[in-house]
Each structure stands twice: as structure tokens, then as C-alpha cells.
Design a binder for this molecule. Structure first.
Ligand code: SF4
Ligand code: SF4
Length: 691
């Protein structure tokens, strides 16, 4: 008869004493893991600099929010809840796993602080944690095998999916939970049979269920299960640890660091080279990313951390309209490249510096991005895409690979300061129409003719006949509220916002420096613009210019102060507001335009399913007005359909680029007469109650 259970440390496994075996397995497992991780870090060591060591407290706060607090996961309610449960389970079980592993060599080990009553409470909590994690594994496996959410699918052009890998990982975790629970359950039954005090197992938990199943088992069976469960737990734990850096499951370890080092000023574009000032760019031999090693170490860490959850691509407008771009695969392909070219167990191919374009990425893929930021907004791990896109474009531009359709606008920007190639002296002609001049006079500022406020118009509003109406409406609003304002006229050049996102850094610098010099000579106290792209450039890309506001902010403030009142709108129209990416996602201006609309008497407003930080790009960002992408459908058409589905017949936006795309899309979708578009400034100018 067996008296009490023999502990794993006392038992012999294949003639090796447990105490020795369970010392060797953790040492070997940890050493192997350390070696694998060191190998995985090799490309990061060879990568470009990235200065991410500032503001540690803010970074820690973000770790607490986005890693520990899983802040973004509930954006996908079901999958997010499962993830939070698994994550919380892992965190709770970490101490129990460590205790169990240590008890292999030292059976009496108890985690400090977890003896006595505290240990019992912790035991109950972790019994439930193991149960929840186990059940979540089953649910996740059913989702992968049976329901297969569309965002997990791998389109043929991106290779094959790896559902078996995913199932294998889920199975390993499930085995870990069962082994842990069986260890406790078999011990509890044996202790009860021997008349010893029995550790309380949480009712209806997995250990409790296994205990109930084993109640009539013999001591010999219980002994076998007890030791088998311990050995299985030990081996599975270290196998999992060392297996994870070989695939998507590496994201279990890396996100803590990815989130800690995540970009704090998301709206500021990455410099060409960290630590190289603009004046030193002439000395930089190669711009942007051409080979894998041109990525920064943080961007490589992003590749390792991507969980392949598909949320970024699910929200990417380029992906939605069939352009050859899916941000998820931008990461997955780069991660596969790193694994292939920096193998763990061979040094033969390390760092072969192949050009990325043509091997893992295509030119169309890189040009298809509108820099809308939807992917970054959605990613629960704060993986960055826009900087990578811009860096890849910088590399292409540096090698002279400019898409045909963009060559002309770029040349025009260089020679004339606008993408249309129009004369500088015609820049202010929008303000010179006879009708307009009867109601509003816009002065052109210079050293001798000053004003408090500069209205920065930018190219599209200055030269595009349709958008000039937005310029006139903006000027009339500023005039109505008594603003002492003026424009730069022919001294203004394009803000360079799109040029920079297109990857033409030197041209951007030339445009920026010209505008900054021109603005500085005026001595204005603030800048107003109706163009979110200009707003973003002036606010984040320019330095040493006065504070800038978008016209929607100015109007909202004046409405609140009672300086702007409105006449009622026609009652039978239903309005919806389209958030421009560079006003909403990039600058968090969501409420001001809505507040203005809601202040107009009789205006009925509905929200589209994708609004605010999930707004769907119109397709205009990053010089996209001039680029002819390969796509199944225009983004604007999709957006107009969303407005119609919401029951709207007027789309209000606050960006000339959005206006160009949306009006065009209304025609393409055959919805003329059923749907119209209007800029917020135009609507305000139309409805404002003038004395
Ligand atoms: S980048 Fe982020 S959102 Fe996209 S698949 Fe990876 S983890 Fe998911
Ligand atoms: S920035 Fe927008 S278009 Fe570009 S990859 Fe992200 S979601 Fe897609």
C-alpha cells in the first residue's frame, strides 16, 4: 500500500531522480530560450537607430493601460473578451506556475506571501483562472476551426494561413491547464483517501472537476497521474517557452516592450534618420528603407509582436477596396523575412540585405496607403505603420522610383509650389471674384500690411475651382466673427504635407522653410486653416510658427460664445458628418464639427457605422488625388454608400480633399440627386444668421 503521494522531487523518472531532473529541465529550458531570444534580437542590433528611451513614466502608464489593461481589445467585443480572459488568467497563473516549477526540485517551496490563508485564497482564484483559460482555448479553437472570422483569412496573394499552428498553440496551453489541474486534483483525492488535510479546490473549477472524476481511483493510479501531470506540465511549459519565438506566438513575450517603446507623438512623422538634423541630410547616403536592416529596431520589434489578429487590415480602407495592401501582411511578411534570414540555429544567411521591394513588398503595395491611420488606431499592440510606409517610400524616391502619375505634380510642386503647376500670382484669385469682393475683402499680408490672424489656404483650396468656394466661405466666417485676418497670397506655397507623406523629404523641407520664413515676417499671432492636411503640417511638421486652429474649432468656439447664430435648415434633409483622417484620427478633433452641426436649428444628423476614430478614409491622403491605384472600387464610393446606409442625404465634411473625393464618388456611384456633399465652412456660411 502506498502511504501518501511521492512528490515529483522524490520520484524517479527513467532512473533520474526527480529533484535532479526538475532542476535540469528548467536550466536547459531557460538557457535555450535565452539563446533563441538572443538570436532573434540579432537583426534588431543591426537595425537603424530609434530614440525611444525618453519619458519613462508616460511609457509605463501606457504599459499599464494598453498591456496590463488591454485597453483596445474590447473594440472587438467577443474576441477582445476572450483575449482579456486569457491574458488575465496568464497573469494570475504566473506565480502558480513558478511555484510548481520550483517545487520539482524543492517540494516544500512556497511563494513568499502565499502561505496560510493568502495561499488558500490565491489557490481558489487560480483554480478558476486555469478553468477560464482552458475554456477560452476551446472557444478559440472552435472559432478558428468552425466559424473562421473573415479577418483571419489569408488571401492567396499573401501565401497560406497557418491555422494548424494556431490550433497547436491553443492545444499546448490547454494541456498546460489540464496538467496543472490534474496535479492538484489527484493530490486532493489521495490526501482525502489517506485521511490527511485536503487542499480546498474551487467548486466547479477544472481541478475540482478532475478531482470528482478521480474519487474512486486507486492510490497507484493517483500516484501515476500526479507525477505524470507534473512532468507534462514541466515539459509543456518549457516547450512552449522555446517554441514561441518561432512564430506568431512570439507575441506573447514581445508586446510588453512594443507597447513600452511605442511612439508617443503619433502625429509627428519619423525623421529620415534619428539623430540627423535637417541640415545634415545632405550627408545621408541613402534615404528610407530599402533593405530589411534599414528598418529601425523598434519597427522590427513591431514585426515580432504582431499577433496576426487582422484588426488593422479589417479597418484599412485600401484593403477594403481591393488595393494590393493589407497592413497585417506588411508585418507578417517582414517577420517571416527576419526568421528566414536570421535563423536561430544557423548563421549562414545572416543579414543578406536583399532589396525589400520586389522580394517581399511591391511598389503598388507601398503607394496604396493613404496614411489614414486606421490600422494604428485599431492595433491593440500599438504597432506602427505610417512611419514604415513613409520610410519605404523614401527608399523608393531615393532610387528614383516615382509612380508615373505623380511625376508631374511633384515637378510642379518643386517649380511652382503647387501640384497643379499653376502660376504663383494666381494663388489668391479665389478671393477676387466680383460677387465675393462685394461681401468680403481678403487682404494679402506682408511686412507693412499686418493682421492678427493668418488664413493659410493651401494649394487645393487656392487653385481647385470647386474648393475655392471653401476658401471664400472660410474668409466670410472669419470676417463675420470680426477676425482681423489676411492671407499670404503668392508668398504661400503648398504646406508640403502630402509631399512629406509621399516620401519626398527634401522637397518638403524646401516648402516648409519657405512658408515658415514667409509667416515669420508677418508677425501674426495665430493661424487658421480649413484644410486638415495643412493644419496637421503646420501643427506637427513645422516649427516656430504661431499656434494653428482648424476653422471647425474656431466656429465651435464662436457658436458657444454666442457670436455665431444660425438660420434653420430645410427639414427634409438628413445630414451625416464624415471625419477627415487628419482632423479626426490624427488630431482628435471629433466633437467641434459635430457641435457646430448640432447648433444649427432643425438639422437632423445621423452617424455612419464607421465614424470618429473608426472613420473610413475618402482616399485623398498622401498625394492620392494624383495617384492611380489598382483597386476594385473607389474608397469614396464605399464611403458614400455608408452614408446612404445611415439614412443620410447630405455628407458634411471639413476637408477639401474629402470634398473632392466624395463629390466625385457621388457621381461614380450614380447617386447624384440623392446625395450631396458640403463642407462645414460652406454650410456654416450658408446658414449663419447675418444682421
Ligand atoms: S498589426 Fe496589430 S492589428 Fe494588425 S494584425 Fe498585427 S497585432 Fe493585429
Ligand atoms: S494608414 Fe490607412 S491606408 Fe495605410 S495601411 Fe494603415 S489603414 Fe491602410
Amino acid at each position: 500500500m502506498v502511504v501518501g503521494l511521492q512528490s515529483p522531487a522524490q520520484a524517479n523518472f527513467w532512473f533520474i531522480q526527480g529533484r535532479v531532473l526538475f532542476l535540469i529541465i528548467p536550466i536547459l529550458g531557460t538557457a535555450l530560450f535565452a539563446y533563441i531570444v538572443a538570436r532573434r534580437l540579432m537583426p534588431l542590433i543591426r537595425a537603424q537607430r530609434d530614440l525611444r528611451f525618453d519619458r519613462p513614466l508616460i511609457r509605463l502608464e501606457r504599459v499599464l493601460k494598453f498591456w496590463l489593461g488591454q485597453w483596445k481589445h474590447p473594440r472587438y467585443r467577443f474576441a477582445g473578451t476572450i483575449h482579456i480572459l486569457i491574458f488575465a488568467g496568464f497573469i494570475l497563473l504566473a506565480t502558480r506556475a513558478f511555484t510548481l516549477l520550483t517545487q520539482g526540485a524543492s517540494p516544500s517551496f512556497v511563494m513568499p506571501g502565499l502561505s496560510g490563508e493568502a495561499g488558500h485564497v490565491y489557490g481558489i482564484i487560480t483554480d478558476y483562472a486555469a478553468t477560464i483559460v482552458f475554456l477560452c482555448m476551446i472557444v478559440a479553437a472552435i472559432r478558428r476551426i468552425v466559424f473562421k472570422p473573415a479577418r483571419y483569412a489569408v488571401p492567396a496573394r499573401y501565401g497560406k494561413g497557418h491555422p494548424i499552428d494556431a490550433i497547436f498553440l491553443l492545444a499546448l496551453i490547454a494541456i498546460l491547464m489540464v496538467a496543472d489541474s490534474l496535479f492538484l486534483g489527484s493530490k486532493a483525492v489521495a490526501d482525502a483517501q489517506q485521511g490527511q488535510s485536503v487542499e480546498f479546490l474551487a467548486v466547479l473549477s477544472l481541478p475540482w472537476a478532475l478531482k470528482s472524476l478521480l474519487l474512486s481511483s486507486s492510490m497507484a493510479t493517483l500516484q501515476g497521474l500526479y507525477l505524470g501531470a507534473f512532468l507534462t506540465h514541466e515539459l509543456t511549459f518549457f516547450f512552449l517557452l522555446c517554441y514561441r519565438p518561432f512564430g506568431i506566438q512570439f507575441h506573447v513575450e514581445t508586446p510588453l516592450f512594443t507597447i513600452y517603446f511605442a511612439k508617443l507623438d503619433r502625429e509627428i512623422l519619423k525623421p529620415v534618420r534619428w539623430g540627423v538634423p535637417d541640415e545634415g541630410l545632405d550627408q545621408v547616403k541613402s534615404f528610407g528603407v530599402k533593405s530589411f536592416e534599414d528598418f529601425t529596431w523598434k519597427h522590427m520589434l513591431d514585426f515580432y509582436s504582431c499577433a496576426d489578429c487582422g484588426r488593422c487590415s479589417d479597418n484599412c480602407p485600401s484593403n477594403a477596396v481591393g488595393r494590393p495592401l493589407s497592413p497585417r501582411f506588411l508585418s507578417i511578411k517582414a517577420r517571416d523575412y527576419a526568421f528566414q534570414h536570421y535563423p536561430v540555429f544557423s548563421r549562414s544567411r545572416n543579414g543578406n540585405s536583399k532589396p525589400l521591394i520586389g522580394s517581399i513588398y511591391s511598389e503598388d503595395e507601398v503607394w496604396s496607403c493613404t496614411t489614414c491611420g486606421a490600422c494604428e488606431e485599431e492595433c491593440p499592440l500599438l504597432v506602427e505603420y505610417i512611419d514604415k510606409m513613409v520610410d519605404l517610400r523614401r527608399g523608393l524616391i531615393d532610387d528614383g522610383n516615382v509612380p508615373q502619375s505623380l511625376q508631374k505634380p511633384l515637378k510642379a510642386l518643386e517649380s511652382r509650389g503647387n501640384p497643379y503647376g499653376k502660376m504663383e500670382k494666381k494663388r489668391a484669385e479665389w478671393a477676387k471674384t466680383a460677387d465675393f469682393q462685394q461681401v468680403c475683402h481678403v487682404k494679402t499680408l506682408d511686412k507693412s500690411n499686418g493682421a492678427e490672424t493668418l488664413y493659410f489656404v493651401d494649394s487645393i483650396t487656392s487653385y481647385d475651382e470647386r474648393m475655392q468656394s471653401i476658401g471664400r466661405a472660410t474668409a466670410k466666417i472669419l470676417d463675420h466673427i470680426g477676425e482681423n485676418f489676411g492671407i499670404l497670397g503668392s508668398a504661400e506655397k503648398d504646406s508640403g504635407h502630402e509631399v512629406r507623406r509621399f516620401g519626398e523629404e527634401m522637397l518638403f523641407i524646401a516648402l516648409r522653410d519657405h512658408n515658415v520664413d514667409a509667416i515669420k515676417t508677418l508677425g501674426v499671432k495665430r493661424i487658421v486653416t480649413a484644410d486638415p492636411h495643412a493644419y496637421n503640417a503646420l501643427k506637427h511638421d513645422y516649427k516656430d510658427v504661431p499656434p494653428v486652429e482648424h476653422i471647425s474649432q474656431v466656429i465651435a468656439r464662436e457658436v458657444k460664445a454666442g457670436k455665431i447664430r444660425f438660420n434653420p435648415v430645410e427639414k427634409d434633409l438628413v445630414y451625416t458628418y464624415h471625419d477627415p483622417c487628419y482632423l479626426g484620427r490624427h488630431n482628435q478633433i471629433y466633437d467641434d464639427p459635430r457641435d457646430v452641426l448640432d447648433a444649427i436649428p432643425g438639422l437632423k444628423r445621423v452617424e455612419m457605422s464607421r465614424c470618429r476614430d473608426r472613420s473610413f478614409c475618402c482616399g485623398g491622403g498622401g498625394l492620392m488625388l494624383f495617384y492611380e491605384p489598382k483597386e476594385d472600387q473607389r474608397m469614396g464610393v464605399k464611403r458614400v454608400q455608408m452614408a446612404a446606409e445611415a439614412g443620410a442625404n447630405v455628407i458634411v465634411t471639413a476637408c477639401p480633399f474629402c470634398m473632392a473625393n466624395i463629390e466625385d464618388a457621388i457621381k461614380v456611384a450614380g447617386m447624384e440627386g440623392k446625395m450631396t456633399a458640403i463642407d462645414l465652412a460652406e454650410l456654416v456660411d450658408k446658414q449663419v444668421a447675418r444682421e
